[in-house]
Design a protein around this ligand. Structure first.
Ligand code: 3HC
Length: 317
């Protein structure tokens, strides 16, 4: 490697170690850029695809208030996706490439969104557990080394907190309701608890990207550390609901000061992220259809931009 590249890489790592944010115009290793495009765009895909399972229940919400709250949440997720796509574009990857990667299966999104939302309890469990897991992860990402990503996280985390609270409130109402409603909450907890743990990724020892992402401070805490934080915080919440914990091997470890938990079904995880979940095909075909229906908006925007550019050029002349 010639010395100038070596010097550049050393200077880059020194900035990272000194907790300086990397900005779009700064020099960065190609692999840093590539890793960020991968993670940030997939984060954005997760937000956008995550709109589908919840969106299915907007017309079936049990009250006008619940409908309004869910509508606001789903709209928030769209905004989160756009923030994250905009952050990805600062790395030089056009939006169209990101969408193409999602729609062709080249890019991933959080596997949990390939599970169906069968009952209203699922909407509560998603808000409580999925957004709760996302908060664990994203609070940490507010300190990520890439400036635009860190700044997008600060705004997104504020909205995620509302998402988690409204979901938990749904679970409280069901758990304190009729026996049938309590059973609905238990059923949703059972179906969404383990996929929520999968949101933190494979174990650190099996993670393809974690070591490098930690060195470059793209990640500030490891998959397993964040997952442990989430497991620990969820135990008293399940107790308050008066529900049974889905992990029958869960036990407090005084020495560790954390809960020891059962093993995640990694076969299920790999099967779902490789396209074999209940809803993978449905999620992508819905996204393709929505994207095609929105073509006229993009064309109108493009025509307007061309017109404005010509007008600015003629007034400048
Ligand atoms: N679902 C799908 N794919 C997953 C996954 C999951 N739950 N967990 C890991 N993977 C994938 C990774 O993307 C990687 O595949 P790739 O090389 O093709 O990208 C592979 O499994 C190996 O995992 P690694 O741990 O090595 O990958 P990372 O270092 O990227 O860690 C991560 C995975 C923890 C998800 C990390 O990418 C991350 O922190 N991403 C940002 C947070 C995020 O995306 N959260 C999901 C948000 S959902 C959400 O917020 C919606 C909510 O508002 C409703």
């Amino acid at each position: 490697m010639n010395s100038s590249l070596n010097e550049l890489e050393q200077a880059f790592q020194a900035k990272i170690d000194a907790e300086q944010k990397i900005e779009p115009k700064d020099w960065m290793p190609a692999k840093y850029r590539q890793n960020l495009v991968r993670q940030v765009s997939q984060h954005g895909h997760s937000e956008v695809i995550g709109m589908q399972p919840e969106g299915n229940w907007i017309t079936r919400a049990p009250s006008l208030r619940r409908k309004a709250v869910l509508l606001a949440k789903v709209q928030d997720e769209a905004g989160h996706g756009l923030y994250l796509y905009s952050a990805t574009e600062t790395l030089g990857t056009p939006r169209a490439d990101l969408i193409e990667a999602l729609q062709t299966g080249k890019a991933k999104y959080a596997s949990i969104f390939n599970y169906p939302t069968q009952t209203w309890g699922d909407i509560g469990a998603i808000g409580w557990l999925v957004d709760g897991a996302a908060i664990c992860n994203q609070v940490s990402l507010q300190r990520t080394s890439y400036g635009p990503y860190a700044r997008s996280m600060i705004r997104i985390c504020k909205e995620e907190s509302f998402h988690q609270r409204q979901g938990y409130q749904i679970m409280v109402e069901l758990a304190k309701g009729t026996p049938e409603q309590k059973q609905m909450a238990q059923d949703s907890l059972n179906r969404f608890y383990w996929p929520a743990l999968m949101m933190f990724g494979p174990h650190d020892s099996k993670s393809a990207h974690s070591a490098q992402s930690m060195k470059w401070k793209i990640k500030r805490e490891t998959n397993d550390d964040l997952r442990q934080k989430f497991i620990d915080q969820t135990v008293p919440q399940i107790e308050f609901l008066g529900l049974e914990h889905p992990d029958k091997e869960l036990v407090w470890n005084e020495e560790r000061g954390h809960y020891d938990s059962g093993e995640i079904d990694w076969e299920e995880f790999n099967s779902v992220i490789n396209g074999n979940g209940h809803c993978n095909r449905q999620r992508i075909s819905h996204h393709v259809a929505a994207h095609e229906e929105g073509l006229w908006v993009r064309e109108a925007q493009h025509a307007y931009n061309v017109k404005m550019k010509a007008r600015r050029a003629s007034t400048a002349a």
